[in-house]
Design a protein around this ligand. Structure first.
Ligand code: BGC
Length: 498
């Protein structure tokens, strides 16, 4: 068996959590337009629709906050399984909804499950991965998110031809299948070796590491070495640590909490979900008339998002986190800027009888805007999509990792919620002004990454203590880290010559 086959298998299966995340986020957008759904729920107005859509995000927010405690207490593995059960309950309630209250409740409960998964899966993946493929492994969850969004779109599309309530009940109900697959496969997956050691289950941890690193050979040198490193880190943790949420506000963890919260907020402030949630209406605004063409453009958008995540899976561990984030933000900023200019210079805004905006742009600029939107999605998918989740999952010490990640993940859902709420209003009111706002945010983001975010690629989780113990100005801290690397090399040479 290949060296990392087991790691990929375990990481890949847990990534199914991302599939549920993406699917549930995407599934409502086309259902909202389905005749049978509107009829059944008595044509909800914009507030009703807003509540139905955003209650999922609210559930995710609450779920991610609870996940920190659960994943520490009951393990990452069992927490993922619990989330599947909660998610299935939520999806079943939605699928069998007899009224709006049931639908809303179901959305919230499914959201709790998605929120727990969105925090626990990357932490679990990051804890089982060897440093050199950690970024890739966590990117698998992002890839699964993009597949979830994509599959949801096309299942909705297929089902909108059905002439009964099944048109919306099927797409909602079908997500129970991957949840069940994830639940049952997790039974056969190992516990995180780091969590086991932290719970004094060292012998089990040894076996898990052997399974993940050396085809089950518990005496393999790499197994012994990693076990010792983790044990040592946990020992130091116990001597120094407080282990409560209050530690998140104290030095030396505070800096990492700020960076983790910031990176997750900035991921949402790229505006990705303005496109993910409202692409069809933006395409329509820009001149793609006819329901089918704007829907199709949205479907293509999902494919672009999924395909453009592949380079990140392959190379994020080579490109590094800093450079990729800076290029990603630059790419997003430039594409927004071109959209702002093309729209601002040529729009001739009118409102139709439903109050929807029509920009009446000439064909050329309107196609340019659509191409730029796709290029924006490419920039996001190759950088901020995966790294937004990778970075927080790898920077915290064991004792506080899952609590800290529950806070950083909650920041992602909070900003997701805010953007989902205000974007439709701004799209109508200020059209290209919104592109300009995002342009500015993205350009500022390039500098934020440059000045404050240390590089973490290829580092062991135990190394992070050193990486984050220097100056807050990440750009000025290179020399110290090079010196640290030299000391390690020196020690290794000394040990091997003894
Ligand atoms: C984000 C989601 C977004 C998705 C799009 C994820 O990383 O957290 O909010 O919808 O990427 O691919």
């Amino acid at each position: 068996m290949g060296k990392n086959t087991q790691v990929y298998l375990v990481g890949g299966i847990s990534a199914l959590g991302g599939l549920l995340f993406g699917y549930d986020t995407g599934v409502m957008s086309s259902i909202l337009e389905m005749e049978y759904w509107k009829e059944y729920f008595h044509h909800p107005g914009s507030i009703g629709v807003g509540v139905i859509v955003s209650l999922l995000t609210a559930g995710c927010f609450v779920g991610s906050i609870c996940a920190g405690w659960l994943a520490d207490r009951y393990s990452r593995k069992i927490t993922i399984m619990m989330a599947c059960v909660v998610f299935t309950l939520g999806a079943s309630i939605q699928c069998g909804s007899r009224n709006r209250a049931m639908l809303i409740c179901g959305r919230f409960i499914a959201g709790l499950g998605v929120g727990v998964l969105s925090m626990t899966v990357p932490v679990f993946q990051s804890e089982i991965a060897p440093p050199e493929i950690r970024g890739r492994l966590v990117s698998l969850q992002q890839w699964a998110i993009t597949w979830g969004l994509l599959i949801a779109f096309w299942i909705d599309y297929g089902c909108h031809f059905i002439k009964s309530d099944a048109s919306w009940r099927i797409p909602i109900g079908i997500q129970i299948v991957p949840a069940a697959i994830l639940f049952f496969s997790m039974i056969f997956m190992p516990f995180s070796p780091r969590w086991l050691i932290d719970h004094d289950r060292t012998e089990e941890a040894r076996k898990v590491l052997a399974r993940l690193r050396a085809n089950g050979d518990i005496s393999a040198p790499e197994v012994i070495k990693e076990l010792e490193e983790i044990k040592e880190a946990v020992r130091i943790d116990r001597e120094t640590a407080v282990r409560s949420y209050s530690e998140l506000l104290r030095v030396p963890i505070r800096r990492r909490v700020v960076l983790g919260v910031l990176i997750q907020a900035l991921q949402q402030l790229t505006g990705i979900n303005v496109i993910m949630y409202y692409a069809a209406s933006i395409f329509k605004q820009s001149g793609l008339t006819g329901d089918n063409s704007s829907l199709l453009a949205q479907g293509i958008n999902g494919v672009v998002n999924m395909l453009a995540t592949i380079p990140a899976i392959l190379w994020v561990d080579r490109w590094g986190r800093r450079k990729t984030l800076m290029f990603g933000a630059l790419g997003c900023g430039v594409t927004y800027f071109i959209q702002a200019v093309a729209t601002g210079a040529t729009q001739n805004k009118t409102y139709d009888e439903n109050g929807d905006v029509n920009l009446n742009m000439p064909k050329g600029p309107s196609y340019l805007v659509i191409v730029m939107m796709y290029l924006f999605v490419v920039s996001f998918a190759m950088s901020w999509g995966p790294i937004g989740w990778i970075y927080p999952s790898e920077i915290f010490p064991m004792r506080i990792r899952s609590k800290a990640n529950s806070i950083t993940t909650a920041s992602n859902w909070l900003f997701n919620f805010i953007i989902g709420l205000v974007a439709p209003i701004l799209i109508k009111r200020i059209t290209w002004g919104l592109d300009l706002i995002f342009t500015v945010i993205m350009f500022i983001t390039v500098f934020i990454i440059f000045f404050f975010f240390p590089e973490t690629k290829g580092r062991s989780l135990e190394d992070m203590e050193v990486i984050f113990s220097g100056s807050v100005w990440a750009n000025k801290d290179k020399k110290r880290i090079e010196e640290y690397d030299d000391t390690i090399k020196h020690n290794i040479v000394e040990k091997s010559s003894v």
